[in-house]
Design a protein around this ligand. Structure first.
Ligand code: MOS
Length: 764
């Protein structure tokens, strides 16, 4: 009502913000920056080709690296002749296990807070081969072409040993329960077998998803040099602090001696962490005494950067006459290796989507002699929702009820496993809104009955979901200068998702400054904080850190302001940012600008570091984002050609901070889900453990012609437990998409495809 409340500064309902509980509904109204469709601030640099990527750091005397990869899955190098390569034009050095510096293995992800390694195998320390594709030699030369040519001249003889590369054979030898970050990936509630036995309706099927390889537009690369004991790495990474710490362990350095920067990243999706190439590049640079650029070829990414492993998932659901779930069983097997710790946790979505009287959820693993698998966008949920949400559709068909209705009848009131309340859950409303907009009422319940000439048309739906995460260790530094500009600095990442833009909006809003007065420093391991661009948690983590830093900064400013100010005697909790200065929350006339405070204090700038409160909200609440997905497909009855003709996603992801960058994240995720549904498949030779299609010519991803119009709607309801009300949107987009498409294919054709990808041979 009053001017004062209208001006209540951004997010400065201090008590609520400090605990991470609550969001300020007035924040958007005040400055109009958060929630605005601001274009990417890095966009102009990128379209002009002026954004320097990791392989483009201009260093004096740069040497270029090329990697040779093993061609057997297991055994040892029996003979090695590098003479011809060493004599080739431009060659500076050939590095093998014979002459590589001594290094410790990579600290494997999850083994320590800042461990970033994809595996913990020795790197060029012995003659052992652990997977088909392992780096066995590195050539440094004056040009990339000279290095590549010389690498081809190294003569390597192998002594193979029996290797386990067949999934079926490994399963026959026995599986083990999987652990994820030290926690078992399985649970049982009640007696699901008995409940299934007595259920009025039941589905019980096995779903399979293949291996997937990472294909960011920018292949992995680093430019590296040493200055005495100081290691400088221009990297393409989603984990600068983790990479710096991990490299320090490997080379026996102090963490402070390693400086990793990564200002621009051409896509990560979980793959841009620490792999062999950065270690090899640093080792070769050390050996040669020259700066080194190591840029993996596309094939090199397939050989040395892990992807998503395959899954074989059983989903059984038993329902009562009224459709209420009596039992949910979601179990199965994945393949991993002995030297990494990332089982694809496909049961995660099943742990919160539906109520049921009984559950059995579990992931089992076998260990193969293959490249270590790793995170890929929504690890677990992307493929787990394919199985679960296909099974729900199968059950609805079995029961003869609408699949949305079946989901609504099994909507839980609290977290079905943990029993905690949901922080915010509006999935039913998202279904209602999406169904209305998409024209769901036009769907024919009987499959294979809607035809347009040769084309069979079908509609399908599925639920998308991804948890809210916020990792501990968040910190940020805020600086305000007398000229009215400000900087927020945090060791965060911009992989193309809009982080720099959205965080600039947030910082500007919190400081009461216009957007163009604020800069966001990120992608540098020397900056405060430790924030992984993973788990869709960067936005919330940075937000909580900036909230803390701003509180610290307000305290500093009040100290500097002293007593000769309208702010005299006020505590930080009574003060908020407003129009380039600070004001009393309920009395905005008591105001002094930042410039005035700094000028009176004789200071050019003031800064403060704040540490985010620990992420306790996820202990007290079940926090997840949701989406209701709708697909329309057309399957050619003569050729089997499958086209997704329309797609709509209705999201419930908390507050949307920037609709433009958010839409791009959702769309990108959905397109990746389209690839998961229809084409992506790493061809793995089960006899030799070798990836057979290591290029975008043979590993298919969607192109523009494969992508239909994608309509997006969202509720924009702030999550009261998340800083800024935002839950993160990087990964949810890929989830549920494959099931929505598979369910639409069933509706169009009556054919239930349970093995991804849905290629046309499966529809003939
Ligand atoms: Mo994501 S797979 O957490 O980068």
């Amino acid at each position: 009502s009053s001017l004062a409340s209208k001006n209540a500064p951004t997010g400065l309902a201090p008590a609520a913000w400090a605990t991470g509980a609550g969001t300020d509904p007035l924040a958007r109204a005040q400055h109009g920056q958060v929630g605005a469709s601001v274009s990417r601030i890095d966009g102009p640099l990128k379209v002009r080709g002026a954004a320097p990527f990791a392989a483009e750091a201009p260093l004096e005397g740069l040497a270029y690296a090329s990697v040779r990869y093993a061609t057997i899955p297991k055994g040892r190098i029996a003979s090695l002749d590098t003479a011809e390569a060493e004599g080739a034009p431009g060659v500076l050095l050939v590095m093998t296990h014979r002459n590589a510096p001594r290094m410790k293995p990579m600290p494997v992800f999850g083994s320590a807070p800042k461990a970033a390694g994809g595996n913990d195998l020795p790197i060029l320390q012995d003659d052992r081969v652990h997977w088909n594709g392992q780096p066995v030699a590195v050539v440094l030369a004056e040009t990339q072409e000279q290095a590549d040519h010389a690498a081809s001249l190294i003569a390597i003889g192998y002594e193979g040993e029996p290797a386990l590369t067949s999934f079926a054979e490994a399963k026959a030898r026995g599986t083990e329960p999987a652990k994820f970050m030290g926690q078992p990936l399985g649970l049982e509630i009640g007696d699901p077998d008995a409940a299934l036995g007595h259920a009025a309706y039941r589905v019980d099927a096995v779903y399979r998803t293949p291996r997937h390889s990472h294909n960011p537009i920018e292949p992995h690369a680093a430019t590296i040099h040493w200055d005495g004991v100081n290691l400088r790495v221009h990297d393409a990474t989603q984990a600068v602090s983790h990479t710096a710490w991990s490299l320090a362990q490997i080379f026996g350095l102090d963490e402070a001696n390693v400086h990793v920067t990564s200002p621009f990243v051409g896509g990560g999706f979980g793959s841009k962490t620490l792999w062999e190439h950065q270690v090899l590049g640093a080792a070769a640079a050390k050996l040669a005494g020259r700066p080194v650029r190591i840029a993996l070829s596309r094939e090199g990414v397939y050989r040395t950067v892990g992807g998503r492993t395959l899954t074989e998932q059983r989903v059984a659901i038993g329902a009562a006459e009224d459709g209420g779930f009596k039992a949910i069983v979601h179990t199965g097997t994945i393949a991993t290796t002995a030297h990494n710790g990332m089982p694809e946790p496909f049961i995660l979505a099943t742990m919160n989507l539906y109520r049921a009287d009984s559950f059995r959820l579990g992931v089992d693993t076998v260990e193969l002699d293959m490249i270590a698998n790793t995170f890929m966008r929504a690890p677990g949920e992307a493929v787990g929702t394919f199985a679960l949400e296909s099974a729900v559709d199968e059950l609805a068909h079995e029961m003869g009820i609408d699949p949305i209705e079946l989901r609504v009848r099994n909507e839980p009131e609290r977290d079905p496993i943990k029993g905690t309340p949901f922080s915010s859950r509006n999935i039913v409303a998202a279904y209602r809104a999406g169904a209305e907009r998409f024209g769901w009422s036009r769907r024919r319940a009987e499959p294979g009955t809607l035809r347009e000439g040769e084309w069979q048309v079908g509609l399908g739906c599925a639920t998308a979901t991804y948890p809210y995460h916020r990792m501990p260790g968040g910190a940020a530094r805020l600086t305000i200068r007398r000229d009215g500009t400000a900087e927020v600095a945090i060791a965060a990442h911009e992989m193309g998702m809009g982080t720099a833009t959205v965080q600039t909006q947030i910082a500007a809003e919190r400081l009461g400054l216009p957007l163009d007065s604020v800069s966001f420093a990120y992608g540098d391991s020397t900056l405060p904080g430790m924030v992984l661009a993973g788990g869709s948690q960067q936005t919330a983590s940075i937000g909580a850190s900036v909230i803390a830093a701003q509180r610290a900064l307000v305290a500093e400013l009040l100290k500097l302001a002293g007593n000769d100010t309208p702010l005299a005697g006020l505590s930080p909790d009574e003060v908020g940012a407003l129009n380039g200065g600070l004001a009393k929350l309920d009395e905005p006339d008591r105001f002094e600008s930042y410039a005035s405070i700094l000028e009176r204090a004789g200071r050019d700038a003031v800064d403060a570091v704040g540490e985010a409160v620990p992420p306790k909200e996820t202990e007290r609440f079940s926090m997840h984002s949701y989406g209701a997905l709708f697909a329309e497909v057309r399957v050619n009855a003569v050729t089997g050609e499958l086209r997704v003709s329309r797609f709509l996603a209705s999201y419930d992801c908390g507050r949307i901070l920037n609709p433009k960058t958010a839409a791009s994240q959702f769309r990108g995720g959905i397109i990746m889900g389209l690839g998961l549904a229809l084409m992506e498949e790493t061809q793995f030779d089960e006899r030799t453990g070798r990836i057979m299609n290591p290029s975008l010519a043979e590993y298919h991803v969607p192109v523009h012609l494969d992508v239909p119009p994608i309509e997006l709607i969202w509720d924009d309801k702030p999550d009261p437990q998340a800083p800024m009300g935002a839950r993160g949107i990087g990964e949810i987009g890929i989830t549920g998409v494959a099931a929505a498409i598979a369910n639409a294919v069933f509706n169009a054709t009556g054919k239930r495809v349970r093995d991804l990808p849905i290629t046309l041979d499966k529809l003939m």
